[in-house]
Unconditional design. Structure first.
Length: 575
C-alpha cells in the first residue's frame, strides 16, 4: 500500500507542477520515469538535477496534499525538541523534529506521503505525528547538524563518554619505516581517556580538519583543530590528565612514553570501515608545561579528488595537463607550508599513474600511500636524503620522478639533469611566486642555462576559504574600493561580490577551501630573461605580457565569481 500511495503521490505532484506551468507534461513524464529508475521521489530527482528549485517543490507538495509549509532558514536548531526521536530514525527517514506540544509532535519532512516514515516515528515515540512540508536540501543539512549536536560535546565529563563505538575503533601504530605495528588496546583504567582521544580524532575527521593540537599550559589544557586553514578551540579537558593524554597518543603512535625531553615522530592508522582508513602523522614537542602534540590528518581520499575539484581556472588546468603529457621536463609547485602543494602533486601523479609508467617518489615523509607508485621515505639518519634517492631512481629505468622538495644544490642538479635526459620530474620549493622560484634556483647555484632548458611549468598556490553557499550575502563595495583592490573595470561591471555571514552549517560563513593558482609556462621570452640573469621583477613583467594571472589576479577572479570574500583574498595574497 505504501508503494501504491507513493506512486499516486508522485503523479499528483507531477500534475500540480504541470498545472502551475513549472514543468511541461513531457518533462514531467520523463522526470517521473527517471525518478522511478533511480528509486528516488520525484521531488528529490527534480531538486538533485536542479530542474526545479527546492522551495517551489515544497510549496507545490504543501498545496497538493493540504499540509502546512515551513521555511527552515528561519529555524533555530537549539529550539528543536531533544530526544524526541532516536537519531537513527532521523537519519533513516530524513525528518526533523520541529516542536512538541503535549502528545503532538510536529516534524519537518520533504515528502508528506511517506507513510512508512510517519507510522514508524509514531510507533517509536508513542506521539501523534503531524507532518510539516519543508525544502529537501535544507532539511538534509539540518538533520545532519541536529544528529551531530545530539552527541556528547568535546570536553564534557569523561565518565559520560561510554559510546561502545569509541571503544571499538581499530587503531594501529605505524613505525617510521611504514610497517604496521600491533593493534593498540587500552587498559581498563584508561578507558575514559581512550574514548576522549578517539572522539577528538573522529570529530576532527568529520569536521574536515587538517591538524589537531593538544596543548598543555601552566593551569589549563586545550585542544584545537585547524579547519579551513584557521585554528579554533574545541575542548578544554582537565589539566590533571595532560600526562595521560600525552601517554595515550604516544602509545598509539609507538613512541617512547618515558622520553619527554626530545621531540618524537610517529604515525597512527585509524580504521573507520572496511574500506576506509585515516592516517595521522604525530609529532611531540617538549614545552615548558608538558609535551605539545600535533597530529596531521592524512586522508587518502584527498589525493583522489581529481584536477577539476582543485580550483584551477580552465586555461591554468590546460597548461598543467599539457606539461604532464610531456615526456620530459620539470614541473615545480611552490608555496608556503599548508598551501596544498602535496595534493596538487599527487593529483598529477594519479593522472600519470598507468601500468605502462614507472613512477618513483622521494618524500619527507610519505604522507599518503599511492597504489602503483614506488614511494621512498627519506631518512637523513641513515644517509638516505633526496639526492641519494634521486640517484638511485635514475638507475631503475624511471619514466616519472617526484622529489618532495628541492632543498640544496646537489638535489637541484640531479633533478635538472633527470629532466634534461628524458624524464618528467615533479617537485616543490618554498617560494612565494613563480618568478621567485626561478631566481631561487639560480641563488642555489644552478646555472641559468640549465634552469631555462629544464623547467617547463611553475605553479605557485595558496588555499582560500570558500564562502558558505547557504548563508552568504551580497557585499556592497564602492567602485573606488574595488579598483583599489585590483579589479578591472570589466570585472566590476559583472562581478558578484559576496561576504560571510555564518550559519549552523558552516564555520563563521566559510565552508571548505579552494585553490588559488599562479600557473606560468616557461616561454622562449621568459627563458631568454632567465639566461640573461634577469631578476624576478623582469620575469613577472614578462609573464603579465603573456597573460599569466598572478596569485592576486586569480584570487580576484574567484572573488568576482562570488566564491571567496575580498577579506579572504587580502588574507592569502598580497597586492
Amino acid at each position: 500500500m505504501a508503494a501504491t500511495m507513493q506512486k499516486i503521490s508522485l503523479n499528483s505532484l507531477a500534475r500540480r507542477l504541470v498545472k502551475e506551468g513549472i514543468l511541461s507534461e513531457e518533462k514531467a513524464i520523463d522526470a517521473m520515469a527517471a525518478a522511478q529508475q533511480e528509486k528516488v521521489t520525484l521531488g528529490s530527482y527534480l531538486v538533485g538535477k536542479e530542474l526545479v528549485d527546492g522551495m517551489i517543490i515544497a510549496q507545490a507538495a504543501a498545496d497538493e496534499f493540504g499540509c502546512p509549509l515551513f521555511d527552515l532558514s528561519t529555524f533555530n536548531l537549539e529550539h528543536a525538541p531533544k530526544d524526541a526521536i532516536d537519531t537513527k530514525l532521523l537519519s533513516k527517514h530524513k525528518v526533523l523534529p520541529l516542536v512538541r506540544r503535549g502528545k503532538k509532535l510536529f516534524i519537518g519532512i520533504a515528502d508528506p506521503t511517506n507513510l512508512r516514515a510517519l507510522d514508524e516515528i509514531k510507533f517509536h515515540t508513542n506521539l501523534n505525528v503531524e507532518p510539516i512540508v519543508v525544502e529537501e536540501r535544507a532539511l538534509s543539512e539540518l538533520v545532519h547538524g541536529f544528529v551531530e549536536a545530539q552527541e556528547e560535546p568535546l570536553g564534557g565529563g569523561f565518565g559520560d563518554l561510554d559510546d561502545d563505538s569509541l571503544d571499538a575503533l581499530e587503531v594501529e601504530a605505524v613505525d617510521q619505516d611504514g610497517d604496521k605495528g600491533g593493534e593498540v588496546t587500552p587498559d581498563g583504567d584508561d578507558a575514559p581517556v581512550v574514548r576522549f582521544v578517539n572522539k577528538v580524532l573522529l570529530d576532527a575527521i568529520r569536521g574536515g580538519s587538517s591538524d589537531i593540537h593538544f596543548e598543555p599550559y601552566e593551569k589549563t589544557y586545550r585542544v584545537r583543530f585547524r579547519t579551513d586553514g584557521i585554528l579554533h578551540e574545541v575542548a578544554k579537558p582537565p589539566k590533571a590528565i595532560s600526562g595521560q593524554l600525552a601517554a595515550r597518543l604516544k602509545i598509539m603512535s609507538e613512541m617512547d612514553i618515558s622520553e619527554r625531553r626530545v621531540p618524537q615522530d610517529g604515525r597512527i592508522k585509524m580504521k573507520l570501515s572496511k574500506n576506509r582508513a585515516i592516517d595521522f602523522r604525530v609529532n611531540t614537542l617538549p614545552t615548558l608545561w608538558g609535551e605539545k602534540i600535533v597530529l596531521r590528518i592524512l586522508d587518502p581520499s584527498s589525493a583522489q579528488m581529481g584536477i577539476d575539484a582543485l580550483g584551477y581556472e580552465p586555461e591554468q588546468k590546460d597548461m598543467y595537463m599539457h606539461a604532464l603529457s610531456q615526456p620530459q621536463g620539470m614541473i615545480l609547485v611552490t608555496g608556503p607550508t599548508g598551501s596544498g602543494k602535496t595534493v596538487s602533486l599527487y593529483t598529477g601523479l594519479n593522472i600519470l599513474n598507468t601500468p605502462e609508467t614507472n613512477i618513483s617518489t622521494a618524500e619527507d615523509p610519505v604522507e599518503i600511500n599511492l597504489e602503483g607508485i614506488n614511494q621512498v621515505a627519506v631518512n637523513a639518519r641513515v644517509g638516505l636524503d633526496f639526492a641519494t634517492a634521486l640517484r638511485s631512481f635514475l638507475r631503475q629505468d624511471p619514466d616519472i620522478v617526484m622529489v618532495g622538495e628541492i632543498r640544496d644544490l646537489e638535489t637541484a642538479e640531479i633533478a635538472i639533469k633527470a629532466a634534461q635526459t628524458g624524464h618528467l620530474v615533479l617537485s616543490t620549493l618554498h617560494t612565494n611566486s613563480a618568478a621567485e622560484t626561478l631566481t631561487r634556483l639560480r641563488n642555489m647555484g644552478v646555472p641559468s642555462f640549465n634552469i631555462a632548458t629544464s623547467v617547463s611549468l611553475i605553479i605557485a598556490q595558496r588555499l582560500a576559504r570558500r564562502l558558505c553557499a547557504e548563508c552568504t550575502v551580497p557585499a556592497e563595495l564602492p567602485h573606488e574600493v574595488m579598483l583599489e583592490a585590483g579589479f578591472s573595470e570589466e570585472q566590476i561591471a559583472t562581478a558578484t561580490i559576496n561576504k560571510p555571514v555564518g550559519c549552523a552549517r558552516c564555520n563563521k560563513g566559510y565552508k571548505g577551501r579552494t585553490g588559488i593558482y599562479e600557473v606560468v609556462r616557461i616561454t622562449p621570452e621568459i627563458a631568454q630573461i632567465i639566461m640573461e640573469d634577469g631578476n624576478s621583477l623582469e620575469i613577472a613583467a614578462q609573464q603579465r605580457k603573456h597573460g599569466f594571472n598572478s596569485l592576486r589576479q586569480s584570487a580576484l577572479i574567484k572573488c568576482a565569481q562570488g566564491l571567496v570574500s575580498l577579506e579572504e583574498v587580502n588574507r592569502v595574497t598580497k597586492d
